[in-house]
Design a protein around this ligand. Structure first.
Ligand SMILES: Cc1ncc(COP(=O)(O)O)c(C=O)c1O
Length: 324
């Protein structure tokens, strides 16, 4: 399905002279300027939030003159799973979708960090809320992208009054467009009271995650993170941190429920995700952690993570797809 459509293009192949302020995206079989990639306001996903998406990073390594797509196969596997949950067909095989993304990044000729957002959405133009028997569309957009939140000094977090969507109402393990209103409520509440980021509890009161990040706590020498059954997105960065903790630090990760007040007495705390990368937390609900300094385990995990994603650690080359 992809191979035929993906060969069509409305713009010539990228050259190094291309205007990088006008990104090229992929929409339903065509490559076209982002400014021309529009959908009708009656599109089901626009009216009801019935789409799924991924947030992916590509990291530029200036020394190697290379752009690396990070964990592309894992992201396309997850969007395929999200599609199944929302009664949609995955838009292609995982390896086809990876190849399409590499093609798109090449056409954009990025020589800087980039963000890639594929989305499969209900494209039928009709009133009527349901998930079945609807047409679907597919786009991938790619734009230059830097840091999303601070990754060096430690951020201030606030446990918010909103609860994370639950598997009984809106599954958190699928990356559903409409569910991000829950994340937006959380982030806004945290920022309006002066914090940088939200900590969101599951409906049973246990810690779930940040507004768009998974959470890790260091306590009594253990690295602890909520299990996938505590209404979290099954994060790809989370899986990477578990791999790094084991290989680089010999640290076993315990997946168990976390109480809110455990965060107040944690030795270290950090959030992680594609956007957030590794973001140390030095304050929760006005409790200062580690004297306000980034802790040693967070620091080592973070350094290894950034080396891995930029292609500086051979042991993590399997995470990366070179674009050029
Ligand atoms: C709600 C939520 N949790 C966690 C994450 C982290 O997931 P990943 O590391 O796969 O980006 C994200 C980011 O995509 C998210 O939106």
């Amino acid at each position: 399905m992809l191979t035929e459509d993906a060969s069509r293009t409305s713009s010539p192949a990228a050259t190094s002279q291309r205007d990088t302020s006008a990104p090229i995206c992929y929409l339903n079989g065509e490559f076209l300027p982002l400014a021309d990639a529009n959908v009708n306001i009656m599109t089901h996903a626009f009216m009801y939030g019935t789409g799924v998406f991924e947030g992916i990073r590509a990291y530029w390594n200036a020394d190697q003159g290379q752009l690396y797509g990070l964990r592309l196969a894992e992201h396309f596997q997850r969007i395929s799973d999200s599609c199944r949950i929302l009664y949609m067909d995955p838009p292609g095989a995982v390896d086809e979708l990876v190849a399409l993304t590499v093609d798109l990044l090449r056409r954009n000729d990025f020589h800087e960090d980039a963000y890639v957002r594929p989305s499969v959405y209900k494209s039928t133009q009709a009133i009527g809320v349901r998930l079945h028997n609807l047409e679907q569309g597919f786009y991938i957009l790619a734009i230059p992208f830097g840091d999303y939140i601070d990754t060096t000094h430690g951020i201030r977090t606030q446990t918010v009054s909103w609860r994370r969507v639950s598997d009984q109402s809106l599954p958190a393990r699928a990356k559903i467009v409409g569910a991000y209103v829950n994340s937006a409520f959380a982030k806004t509440e945290a920022q309006l009271v002066g914090a940088d980021e939200a900590i969101v509890l599951a409906s049973d009161g246990h810690v779930s995650e940040g507004s768009a990040e998974n959470l890790f706590m260091v306590r009594r020498g253990e690295l602890v993170t909520p299990p996938v059954t505590d209404d979290i997105l099954e994060g790809i960065t989370r899986a990477g941190i578990i791999e790094i903790a084991d290989r680089e630090l010999g640290l076993r990760v315990v997946e168990r429920s976390i109480d809110r007040t455990e965060l107040y007495i944690a030795d270290e705390l950090f959030l992680c995700g594609t956007g957030a990368q590794v973001s140390p937390v030095t304050e929760v609900d006005h409790h200062v952690l580690g004297g306000g300094q980034v802790g040693p385990i967070t620091r080592r995990l973070s350094e290894a993570y950034f080396d891995a994603v930029r292609g500086r650690l051979p042991a993590y080359r399997h995470w990366l797809t070179p674009v050029y």
